[in-house]
Every structure is written in structure tokens, then in C-alpha cells.
Ligand binder design. Structure first.
Ligand code: ADP
Length: 467
């Protein structure tokens, strides 16, 4: 029912009023019951006290006749009581309420002596409290019944009830107003959050929600939302940067192709010249294709479309084949790739992806190491992981760049990288692949001495994230 109300403030207030009313009614019922019991107890006590007085004025005469002491007149006039013989005959009735005729004294009290209390309602709205019992006076048994009108008890009870009936709606109205005021005050930060959140868009993604109190639930909500905005802003900026870097990278070879075409169209040249131009255009085209392949790889990786196809394979033959594949590039520069290992081990991984990661690092070693130098590939393993290190004797990477070279499009020397056919995406792809296998890539480099890249892969069968 309450869920139909859209406004949280109104819903909270209604719930509050409902619960408050329920508690008040419970409280009122409990209080009235207690008051009734208390008043009835007082009445019973008065009856008991009356009996003590009665007992003092009763006298037993000759022939077991019953009479009262002379000074007992006011008592007889004011109090209502009856005395019956054990044979169920009325011995005395004071009758201060002449209109009321009580039911005859039944012999229900035959068993056991002592008094019992009960309430009795008669026609004419007469409510009575009765104390009756079998008593022994001066060795004689009687049935005694003392009666009191409950009118004052009910009067008090009803006047209390009236007070409650007037006070209850008043307190509910006050509570409702208080509840509405409180919920409005408590929910005010939510309104402020909504106003700010509505204004946050692509152009002001740096803005954050107000945090009134970081320790309460709403503050926590703001903080969580702000953390989400942080992440969104970062990934948005990364995406923006990536798009602009990618566009820039794509434009360079395209511009080169266009200007080569334009220049060669300007005048008649020898066929040799055109062949050279076409060769350069094809080279740029290959570079473009490689770049687009890398971009596609990363975009599929980012959108989680890349599935690992893991298989079990031997590490040494796998590395040997990879080196063989890239060998022609090393041979062009008269470089030697040397493989060292401390024994073979089986790996459970995506063979193609790990090969791609390894090729990128080997390709860098060949690119950035001088001609006729040696590149050393070392394989090591222990019970937990297999490591492959690729060391070259190139110029090395300056310390300030070491932790950045795995970023997309990051290059220490852009011109040199481009000249060597690099796009700045190779290490980013390698890192992604190795991390997907729960592995790591570490790099150590000394300027003018060389660099060493080490890939570590866990060798347990669950060494890659399951898809
Ligand atoms: P690139 O296509 O430019 O080689 P990478 O992502 O593979 O892109 O590498 C990023 C940058 O890290 C390179 O541009 C280069 O500056 C540096 N780098 C990578 N490997 C080596 C290496 N073996 N020796 C020196 N510099 C390296």
C-alpha cells in the first residue's frame, strides 16, 4: 500500500505515524488495563476493611440470634452487606441501594471458608463489586456478602479514556509533523546530491557530489558515487587519449602515402622511381596494417571479447619455435639469439597469445640493440613459476621512463621507434596477455648497457583466468 507513494519523505512519515499510532494504542490499552486493575484492587481493599468493621459490630445473642452493637447505626446505613445462615436463609440485609435485588446466595461457597471477590452487572447499568465468603463469628458459621458500587471506578476509567481519545490524535498529528520535518532534514543531502549529479556530464566529469558527513550512510553513498566518478573520469580520459593517439598514429602513414603519391604525380620520372615509391607505399601500408591489428587486439581485449584458449605445451620447444620465427629480423642485423635453460617444463596457457607477448619483447630487443650484438634468452623454472628473460645490449631505457613503457603509445624516443617500425603498442599488448595468465613482466635496464625483460608465468594448471 505504502509502496504506491512515490515520495520517500511521505512514505517515511507515514510509516513513522503508523508505527507511532500502533505503539500509542498498545500503550493506552496497557495503561487502561492497569488502571482498571488498580482501581478494582482499591475497591477490594475497601470491602475487606469494611468487613473488619462489620466483624467488630456483629454480636451473637441467645438462640444463636444475630444483632449489632448499638453504636453501629451509621455503618448499617452506609454499607451494603448481607448475612446468610448456613441453611441459606437471609439473616440480615442492609440494602443501601434499594432498587438492586441481588441473586440469592447460593451454596457455592460450601467448600472452604474465606472470601472471594467477583464483579456483577445488573440491569439498570448497575455494576457491583462483591466480596463474599463463609466466615466463623464466635464459633458460628455465616455466609457474608459485602457489596460496593463500581460506578466511581468506571467514571474514573472513562474520564481517563476520554483524555486518551483527545490526546491520541493530537500526539499523532504532532508526531507526523515531527516525522515529516525530520525526514525532510535527513533527506536534504539526497536532494543536493541529485542536483549535483544531474549537472555532471562529459564536460564537467571532474565535479564531485557534496559529502556532508563522511561517516554516515548518505556520506558513504556520496563517497562511493564519487569513487565511481573517479573511475569513470579516468577511463574516459584514457579512452579520449587512446582515440586521439590512435588517430594521430593512423594519420602519419596516411599523410606519408599521400605526399609520396602527390610528388610522384607532379612530373614524369623513371620507372625505377615509381617502383621505389610503390615499395615505400607498401611499407607504410604494412605499418598501417600492423597498427590496425594492434588497435583491434587492444579494443577486443578492453571489451572482454578475447577468450583464452589454454592448452598444455612444453616450454623449451615453444620458445625455440618463437625465436626461429623472428630469427630473420635478427639476421638482418647480424645479431645472435642465444637460448639458455635449466630444463624443460610444461605450461598451461594460451599458446598464441603468449607467443605474441614474447615476440613483441624479442622484436624490441632486436630493434633497440646494435647490429652484430648478442641477445640472450634465458629460461628458468622452479616449483611455482617459469621465467623467461630476454637480455639485449642496446642503449637501455632511462630510469624515468621505465614504469611508463608499458602504457599504450608510450615511446621513449618517438621518432626512433617510428623509424624502426614501432607503434608503441607492443609492450601494452604483452603486459595484457601476461596479466591475463596471472603472470608478471619485470624490466631492468641500464643506459648504454642494455635491458632485460623477464616474463614470469605460474606453472600450476590454473595459471590463467578462467573464461
Ligand atoms: P614500440 O613499438 O615503440 O617498440 P613498445 O610498446 O614495444 O613500442 O615499447 C615501448 C617503448 O619502450 C619503445 O618505444 C622503446 O622506447 C622502449 N623499449 C622497449 N623495449 C626496449 C629495449 N629492449 N631497449 C630499449 N628500449 C626499449
Amino acid at each position: 500500500m505504502l509502496s504506491g507513494i512515490k515520495n520517500v519523505r511521505a512514505r517515511l512519515t507515514l510509516w513513522y505515524v503508523l508505527i507511532f499510532t500502533f505503539i500509542l494504542i498498545l500503550y493506552a490499552g496497557f495503561t487502561i488495563a492497569l488502571l482498571y486493575l488498580n482501581l478494582r484492587h482499591n475497591l477490594d481493599q475497601e470491602l475487606a476493611e469494611n468487613y473488619e468493621l462489620l466483624e467488630n459490630i456483629i454480636q451473637i445473642g441467645a438462640n444463636d440470634s444475630l444483632y449489632f452493637k448499638a453504636e453501629s447505626n451509621p455503618y448499617l446505613r452506609e454499607n451494603w452487606f448481607e448475612i446468610w445462615s448456613p441453611e441459606n436463609l437471609v439473616l440480615f440485609k442492609s440494602r443501601p441501594v434499594s432498587s438492586a435485588i441481588l441473586p440469592s446466595f447460593q451454596n457455592r461457597l460450601k467448600n472452604g471458608d474465606g472470601f472471594r471477590f467477583k464483579s456483577l452487572s445488573l440491569p439498570n447499568d448497575l455494576h457491583l463489586r462483591i466480596m463474599q465468603g463463609k466466615v466463623n463469628i464466635d464459633g458460628h458459621w455465616f455466609f457474608v456478602r459485602l457489596i460496593k458500587n463500581e460506578a466511581s471506578l468506571w467514571r474514573e476509567l472513562f474520564s481517563f479514556l476520554w483524555i486518551l481519545i483527545i490526546a491520541l490524535p493530537l500526539s499523532i498529528i504532532i508526531a507526523g509533523w515531527g516525522g515529516y520535518f525530520l525526514s525532510k532534514k535527513l533527506l536534504a543531502p539526497v536532494d543536493r546530491m541529485a542536483v549535483t549529479a544531474r549537472k555532471i556530464g562529459e564536460e564537467n566529469l571532474h565535479e564531485r557530489l557534496p559529502v556532508a558527513n563522511a561517516r554516515d550512510e548518505l556520506g558513504n553513498l556520496s563517497l562511493t558515487f564519487n569513487a565511481l566518478l573517479d573511475r569513470l573520469e579516468k577511463s574516459f580520459l584514457r579512452l579520449k587519449q587512446f582515440t586521439s593517439d590512435a588517430a594521430h598514429e593512423l594519420r602519419t602513414p596516411l599523410t606519408a602515402i599521400r605526399s609520396m603519391g602527390e610528388v610522384s604525380l607532379q612530373e614524369n620520372k623513371k620507372p625505377e622511381y615509381y617502383r621505389n615509391v610503390i615499395g615505400s607505399i607498401l611499407e607504410e601500408n604494412r605499418r598501417l596494417t600492423r597498427l590496425i591489428d594492434s588497435l583491434l587486439f587492444l579494443s577486443r581485449a578492453d571489451s572482454d571479447q578475447m577468450k583464452l584458449r589454454k592448452e598444455l605445451f612444453d616450454f623449451i620447444p615453444f620458445v625455440e619455435q618463437t625465436i626461429e620465427f623472428i630469427q630473420p629480423l635478427a639476421e638482418e642485423k647480424k645479431q645472435v639469439i642465444e637460448l639458455q635453460s635449466n630444463g624443460d617444463i610444461s605450461l598451461f596457457a594460451d599458446r598464441d597469445l603468449v607467443r605474441e607477448a614474447l615476440l613483441n619483447i624479442l622484436d624490441n630487443a632486436i630493434k633497440y640493440a646494435p647490429a652484430e650484438s648478442k641477445i640472450t634468452v634465458t629460461l628458468k623454472h622452479n616449483a611455482f613459476e617459469a621465467a623467461i628473460s630476454i637480455s639485449d645490449s642496446g642503449n637501455g631505457i632511462p630510469k624515468a621512463h621505465l614504469d611508463k613503457i608499458f602504457r599504450r603509445f608510450y615511446r621513449v624516443d618517438k621518432a626512433r621507434s617510428r623509424e624502426l617500425g614501432g607503434s608503441g603498442l607492443g609492450l601494452a599488448i604483452s603486459l595484457w596477455v601476461i596479466q591475463m595468465h596471472n603472470g608478471t613482466i619485470a624490466v631492468k635496464s641500464k643506459q648504454n648497457e642494455g635491458s632485460r625483460f623477464t616474463i614470469s608465468l605460474p606453472i600450476k594448471n590454473d595459471n590463467a583466468r578462467e573464461d
